[in-house]
Design a protein around this ligand. Structure first.
Ligand code: CTP
Ligand code: CA
Length: 224
């Protein structure tokens, strides 16, 4: 019924969306993560489904409800998200990396089990290693005809940072969001963005609900 009210301009297209945070466990009880709720990605996935796409969602540990025919692949860590995304990407027409992937992962506590705080005299023995960049890896194996959309979250120099990531990660479009304010970015209901594409097009979207921004992202991407 809902689909009947929406233009079906993604009919016959397959869309991969990653969303949510990742969790990097360093012992049996503790992890390193970020405050992403997955809301922006969930809105993009729903909008794609409404517009007729076949949708696969690779979801970090958050729970969103999707229509029954949306394929949901739950993951926890950045490494698991990497495997799931790289597995699905070759069969996708669009990839949208809305996930807030942890950039670093703490090395697991060598003893296994739970690290005891008293054993470290108050200083956790944490050592971090970088995770793989999933979006850049997808950009690296992108075929002609596939369209890759990245996000970026920035506290400053939104345009320069977004442009750099668009090029470096071989995206077709990037949606750059300011973070560090209460009315946009992580967990917010509304969002503000600068959309850039590889052809030099750019649009600025004011503070609008993420549901509406998701539709704008598809308008921007399908028509280019
Ligand atoms: N991304 C990814 N894999 C990572 C890190 C980021 O796929 N290990 C993706 C995000 O999903 C997003 C884009 O890359 O679509 C940009 O993420 P962002 O955190 O803004 O940029 P980074 O390249 O991680 O750089 P930094 O956090 O230092 O700004
Ligand atoms: Ca990052």
């Amino acid at each position: 019924m809902l689909r009947a009210l929406t233009p079906q301009d993604l009919a016959g297209r397959s869309v991969l969306v990653s969303l949510g945070p990742t969790r990097e466990y360093f012992d049996a009880a503790r992890f390193w993560s970020n405050p992403s709720t997955g809301r922006m990605g969930a809105c993009v996935a729903m909008a794609a489904w409404l517009r007729g796409a076949t949708v696969t969602v690779v979801s970090g540990p958050v729970s969103w409800w999707f229509p029954q025919d949306v394929r949901l692949l739950p993951v926890t860590s950045a490494a698991q998200m990497y495997d799931a995304c790289l597995d699905v990407w070759p069969d996708s027409d669009y990839g949208v990396m809305a996930a807030a992937v942890a950039d670093f992962s703490p090395l697991p506590h060598p003893g296994g089990g739970k690290f005891k705080k008293d054993a470290a005299s108050g200083r956790p023995p944490l050592e971090f290693v970088p995770t793989h960049d999933i979006l850049a890896a997808m950009g690296g194996v992108k075929r002609p005809g596939q369209y890759l959309i990245g996000f970026c979250a920035e506290t400053d120099n939104l345009y320069e940072n977004a442009k750099g990531k668009l090029t470096r990660k071989r995206c077709d479009a990037i949606i750059a969001n300011p973070i560090g304010r209460s009315d946009a970015g992580f967990a917010a209901v509304s969002n503000e963005a600068l959309a850039l594409d590889a052809g030099g097009r750019q649009e600025t979207w004011g503070s609008i609900p993420k549901t509406e921004m998701a539709m704008k992202i598809w308008d921007f991407s399908i028509r280019s």
